[in-house]
Design a protein around this ligand. Sequence first.
Ligand SMILES: Nc1ncnc2c1ncn2[C@@H]1O[C@H](COP(=O)(O)OP(=O)(O)OP(=O)(O)O)[C@@H](O)[C@H]1O
Ligand SMILES: [Mg+2]
Length: 139
Amino acid sequence: MEDVSLHILDIAENALRAGAKNIYIRLSVGKREDRLVLEVTDDGEGMNDETRRRSLDPFFTTKRGRRVGLGLPLLAQAAEEAGGTLDVQSAPGKGTRVIATFGLSHIDRRPLGDIEQTLQCLKATHPEVCFRFESVETG
Ligand SMILES: Nc1ncnc2c1ncn2[C@@H]1O[C@H](COP(=O)(O)OP(=O)(O)OP(=O)(O)O)[C@@H](O)[C@H]1O
Ligand SMILES: [Mg+2]
């Protein structure tokens, strides 16, 4: 359903909510290994191990007055549908890294969408945060 760029917006929103001052978004395109990897790294408050595990549960959220938290589960679903995985690494007080892999040429891999526009939007709405974006080809 969602383009990869909209998932980036969701995952960056999580980082912003966690108080990140630096958000690093990296896309690696590996044509030879047929892999697309999206990594979003933040220096926000991080999560303890239990929260990190529960963060993939659609019925877990720390947003007040909400019953569901869909950003990470939807990204996990998009990755898995394209033969990939989602990994969340986090440490309290240090930050979080979300790593989604996709089969690059998989028929169910969502299109990238307008990544430039997504970044512009993030930068314009959060001028106090440093966003860094990199797109690399890993062969
Ligand atoms: N980068 C992050 N840093 C710290 N905590 C995070 C981060 N990303 C996710 N979390 C935790 O995991 C929970 C689930 O995240 P998820 O994006 O799936 O849902 P949500 O943000 O709560 O709601 P939604 O994305 O549907 O608006 C969050 O409520 C938050 O507690
Ligand atoms: Mg979210």
